[in-house]
Design a protein around this ligand. Structure first.
Ligand SMILES: [Zn+2]
Length: 307
């Protein structure tokens, strides 16, 4: 049974006209998941993350700034590309809260084994102390902390196949051996980090790809390197930072994946979770900026999660 967490508030984070991280992205994903084909999805409204849950991975000052900077009228900017509108705090709380609720659901003995969080703003660039790169709170990190603190897990794997390096997740778990962070991403590209020699406590696995790289290299890199290393870690829970901006049509990057590659990596991660983590897998939406490519890629991802 695949559970889908989302919330209408995630459509109310208004980044202004011409911003690639638009409400239209999530609307397109939800529209495709509304088809009969996805009727079996167990749809649940995302709760808000609590302040305490956020403070496990973010500084007090950062949480305060995001919640307090929320303007009553015009959009305000936290950096060159990270905007706050009146609906942003609620959206960010629901986005992080979705991952927390999903982690709770798959870790409590029930019928839910896997979950997908269709939320925005995305999270993997948000560091312990800063919002950046369209991200306010680090949703996947808040979920990993929930697994460790509330459920006592000792081994949580995060697989991040967004085309951008998940610098925020790396920053937050740099000294945290209970979390294995495995990322494929394009370099050089925003945010600039993600070299293989950035290893944290030995728990950070960065595998850069180059502009023009596509399916073959992506699959070789996961199949031959990252997946075996995640298996060796024997995770009790698999989290996924599911960004779909390595798609060949994405306007913000230069890799050449197709939706079938997202079906492939998802099936591999499901298989890994089934073998090592009692099937427990929680995926959350990160990037993906060509709306049609995002919708077809997310649909392929969800379909593979349902199988
Ligand atoms: Zn991205």
């Amino acid at each position: 049974m695949l559970r889908l967490y989302t919330h209408p508030a995630c459509l109310q984070h208004d980044t202004g006209p011409h911003h690639p991280e638009s409400p239209a992205r999530l609307a397109a994903v939800l529209r495709v998941l509304d088809r009969d084909h996805y009727a079996a999805l167990d749809r649940v409204e995302a709760p808000r993350a609590t302040r305490d849950q956020l403070l496990r991975v973010h500084d007090e000052a950062h949480v305060q700034r995001v919640l307090d900077t929320v303007p009553m009228g015009e959009t305000q900017w936290l950096d060159d590309d990270t905007a706050l509108s009146p609906g942003s705090a609620e959206a960010a709380l629901r986005a992080a809260g979705a991952v927390v609720a999903a982690v709770d659901a798959v870790l409590s003995s029930g019928h839910v084994r896997r979950a997908f969080c269709a939320v925005r703003p995305p999270g993997h660039h948000a560091t312990r102390s800063e919002a950046m790169g369209f991200c306010l709170f680090n949703n996947v990190a808040v979920g990993a902390a929930q697994a460790m603190v509330a459920h006592g897990l000792r081994r949580v794997a995060i697989a991040d196949f967004d085309v951008h390096h998940g610098n925020g997740t790396q920053d937050i778990f740099w000294h945290e051996p209970r979390v294995l962070f495995a990322s494929s991403h394009e370099m050089p590209l925003y945010p600039g980090s993600g070299n293989p020699d950035e290893r944290g406590a030995g728990n950070i696995l960065n595998r850069p790809m180059s502009a023009g790289d596509g399916s073959y290299l992506f699959r070789e890199l996961w199949e031959g390197d990252l997946l075996p290393r995640i298996r060796a870690f024997r995770p009790q829970l698999v989290l996924v930072s599911a960004g779909f901006d390595a798609h060949q049509n994405d306007p913000l990057a230069n890799l050449c994946l197709g939706s079938e590659d997202y079906a492939w990596i998802t099936a591999k991660l499901v298989e890994l979770a089934n073998h090592h983590a009692e099937g427990r897998l929680v995926s959350t939406l990160e990037g993906g900026y060509d709306v049609a490519a995002l919708a077809s890629s997310a649909a392929a991802h969800v379909e593979a999660l349902m199988e």
